[in-house]
Design a protein around this ligand. Structure first.
Ligand code: SF4
Ligand code: SF4
Length: 317
């Protein structure tokens, strides 16, 4: 790439390359400290214990609040998104998985594409940059909104106008100084569907999720018992929860993912109650080897299925 380009031209070349690699959106933010209000809100959220079992969210606060500490010399955060909206869905009578778990674990896919982008950017910056994909203490949605990718809805998700919120996010930190895109602010307006339709009331204020109540967190991150309050409201879910996204009007614009890696796994689609009942730890290991579901572990998924059976029996009474 021509390193004599202006920063604006460099930015646009990087954006074109990101889209060529297969990202569905790409934006740029100038790296500085996270805004004080957002830092305080996050610390308050932790102090209130709303992170539930995800204690790691309280680690490395200094890095989380200033990505320059994560990658010294970083000037620009390049934020990217990958669409995972399914091309087809599980039968409703089957134990339900969140859409993001239908296909391959996104970490590997995202990292591979980000590394490709990093090689392109390195030709300009002279340094490798730092690839982040859920594994580093970076406030992904905050930076994606700062980079103009979308806005953070009352459901806490990053919503890309015209495309919805079923996206994986990733970042590349670079020492290149590039002109930032315009940040986006909330476009929820008077809508509060997500808050009203959350089965457990886990959205305790706009954009504030109490993970102790959130079915998504509890079915995946909780290694112990799920509280009766949450269990009674899990309905037909066994892994994650999409309710606050599925009900969002912005997701009427969601289009099926073009990425073959996220195409629904045929065996997962066919996982009905009988197959679930018969699933051994070996079956689990094989079926979810390349899937995000392995995070819940066999015991966690089995626990969730037992709750599913109780809820179904209760519904049929
Ligand atoms: S994922 Fe489900 S439980 Fe969690 S906030 Fe959204 S609707 Fe509520
Ligand atoms: S459902 Fe309504 S309030 Fe919730 S994120 Fe979507 S637009 Fe915003």
């Amino acid at each position: 790439m021509d390193s004599c380009s202006t920063p604006f031209e460099q930015r646009e070349k990087i954006r074109v390359e990101a889209l060529r690699i297969g990202f569905d959106a790409c934006g740029f933010a100038r790296i500085d400290e996270v805004e004080p209000g957002m830092r305080e809100a996050y610390r308050r959220w932790l102090d209130e214990g709303r992170q539930a079992q995800m204690d790691y969210l309280g680690n490395y606060l200094d890095l989380r609040e200033n990505p320059r500490r994560l990658y010294p010399g970083a000037q620009t955060m390049i934020c990217v998104a990958l669409n995972y909206y399914p091309t087809c869905f599980q039968p409703r009578e089957n134990p339900q998985f969140a859409y993001y778990a239908y296909g391959q674990d996104y970490h590997e896919v995202m990292r591979r594409k980000l590394r490709q982008l990093a090689v392109f950017v390195a030709a300009l910056s002279g340094d490798e940059g730092r690839v982040c994909c859920d594994t580093a203490p970076v406030r992904e949605r905050y930076w994606a909104a700062r980079a103009g990718l979308g806005f953070i809805g009352k459901n806490g998700q990053l919503i890309i106008p015209g495309q919805g919120s079923f996206f994986f996010l990733g970042e590349l930190l670079t020492s290149l100084e590039l002109p930032p895109d315009d940040p986006q602010s909330s476009r929820c307006g008077d809508c509060s569907h997500c808050m009203e339709q959350c089965p457990t009331g886990a959205i305790v204020a706009p954009g504030v999720i109490d993970a102790r109540l959130c079915i998504s967190c509890q079915t995946i991150e909780n290694r112990g018992d799920i509280s009766p309050f949450v269990a009674d409201r899990m309905g037909n879910r066994v892994y994650g929860c999409d309710t606050c996204q599925a009900c969002c009007p912005w997701n009427r614009q969601a289009i099926p993912s073009p990425h073959p890696e996220f195409a629904p796994d045929e065996e997962l689609l066919a996982l009905d109650a009988d197959r679930f009942e018969a699933m051994t730890p070996e079956d689990f290991g094989r079926l979810f080897r390349r899937s995000a579901v392995k995070r819940a572990k066999y015991a966690g998924l089995r626990r969730n299925f037992e709750i599913w059976k109780k809820n179904r029996a209760h519904k049929e009474e």
